[in-house]
Design a protein around this ligand. Structure first.
Ligand code: C2E
Ligand code: CA
Ligand code: CA
Length: 400
């Protein structure tokens, strides 16, 4: 039944690791262990490995292991253990989930054998029911991606962004989808990382930006001030030709750099800060807007944030959507808003899923919002229809 799944224990404490292996063996799991995170991270880990991870280890701790897994796009399910208070477990869980790494359970050390068996049983149930643990995920081949690029199978959906104080629509985020001839509409989390692995991300980004600019051109007569945001990766930003190329590309569609925002994740920028700073500054000098995406989930330090010329901070959706039921998430949202204001940046909350969240953001002084409560991402034709209905939104039309 569990032939595809393996359990892997990573704990610097030999005795603890061995004990867990013994219990798991008795429960008929295929299980192995490692006490050194460096060797573990060098090994071949895949999504059919369930990692039982101790958060407190010297040299490389569990949080760093989670970040490295996220960088490697490895979404192996986790069982997190810690001897510290439950806050540490909670933050680690949030970090993992923000990177789409599923967390099956968190367990506070010391725990009893029975508690661990219960966790293993819930992992077993999770495997049977959860889609995120599906090991049959499609790994597209390079030629499939190349064909898709040539055949223009990558399309854009657009999600509106509003000014919270006035409810006016200020911009849209372009989100790529793959219209696959066999599998139907595929979402970016399932293929962008593969496109990156094949070094084809520059081509994809170029297509995305052209399509976004073309859409913006067609929206311009009715919505001349509507801004467009696109997602770019670390590889895109270290290419030194980007600012000029981008400006020329937009010129073809008569779009000013001031109406394009490039969204970059924190990790993308901070991982290559010195090489990125040059490009980022040149982009800003040409008038493009720069937004730091998924803020709160990466590795930034305040100094780095201060150094990079961002003019928008996007608070990650995991914090926003949980802020009314989770005190820590609320504190993070409050700090992000304060930080953005202090650094003179716009602050956009993504993942606004209901009116109560929107109202809370308004009371906290957040400037912009995006999320399912306002609108889901949609094709251009639907966007035009949606915009025509909410062109001059009264506060009631969005329920504010
Ligand atoms: P992201 O940049 O954080 O984009 C926002 C994601 O959150 C979108 O998922 C959107 O559909 C979803 N979302 C929006 N509002 C809500 C909400 O209220 N609740 C919840 N639960 N989710 C919401 P999507 O379209 O599947 O995109 C996933 C990620 O794929 C994006 O995350 C972005 O990192 C990446 N991506 C999308 N388009 C591109 C692209 O053109 N190039 C690159 N390199 N990456 C892209
Ligand atoms: Ca984004
Ligand atoms: Ca985001």
């Amino acid at each position: 039944m569990l032939s595809n799944y393996k359990l892997f224990v990573l704990d610097d404490d030999h005795q603890y690791a061995e004990l867990l292996v013994e219990i798991a063996n008795e429960q008929e799991w295929d299980v192995d262990y490692e006490t050194d995170p460096t060797s573990f991270l060098k090994s071949d880990i895949n999504e059919s490995t369930i990692l039982v991870l101790d958060l407190f280890m010297p040299v490389i701790d569990g949080i760093e292991v989670i970040r490295t897994l996220a960088d490697k796009k490895c979404r192996c399910p986790l069982i997190l253990m810690s001897g510290f208070d439950s806050k540490v477990l909670h933050s680690a869980q949030q970090l993992a989930e923000a990177h789409n790494i599923p967390v099956i359970a968190t367990i506070k050390k010391p725990f009893s054998i029975n508690e661990f068996i219960t966790v293993l049983n819930s992992a077993r149930q999770g495997i049977e029911t959860s889609k995120t643990l599906d090991c049959d995920k499609i790994k597209f081949t390079r030629s499939e991606i190349e064909n898709a690029l040539v055949n223009n199978e990558f399309i854009l959906h657009f999600q509106p962004q509003i000014d919270i104080a006035t409810s006016e629509v200020t911009g849209v985020e372009a989100l790529v989808r793959w219209e696959h001839p066999k599998h139907g509409l595929i979402f970016p989390d399932a293929f962008v990382w593969i496109v990156e692995q094949y070094d084809l991300i520059e081509l994809l980004t170029r297509k995305v930006i052209s399509a976004a600019a073309q859409s913006q051109q067609s929206l311009k007569p009715d919505y001349p001030d509507l801004c467009m945001s696109v997602n770019v990766t670390a590889e895109n930003i270290t290419s030194l030709f980007l600012p000029e190329q981008l400006k020329n590309l937009l010129r073809e569609y008569d779009i000013a750099p001031e109406s394009l925002t490039l969204e970059l994740t924190e990790s993308a920028v901070m991982g290559h800060l010195t090489s990125s700073l040059d490009v980022l500054n040149r982009l800003r000098m040409k008038g493009f807007h720069l937004s730091i995406d998924d803020f709160g989930t990466g590795y930034s330090s305040l100094q780095q944030l201060y150094q990079a010329p961002f003019n928008e901070l996007k608070i990650d959706r995991t914090f926003v959507s949980n802020m009314l039921k989770d005190k820590e998430a609320l504190v993070i949202v409050e700090i992000c808003i304060m930080l953005a204001k202090t650094l003179n940046m716009k602050v956009l909350a993504e993942g606004v899923e209901d009116l109560a969240i929107l109202e809370k953001l308004k009371s906290l002084g957040c400037s912009q919002a995006q999320g399912y409560f306002i609108a889901k991402p949609m094709p251009l034709i639907e966007l035009k229809h949606w915009l025509s209905k909410s062109r001059k939104p009264s506060t009631t039309s969005l329920g504010i």
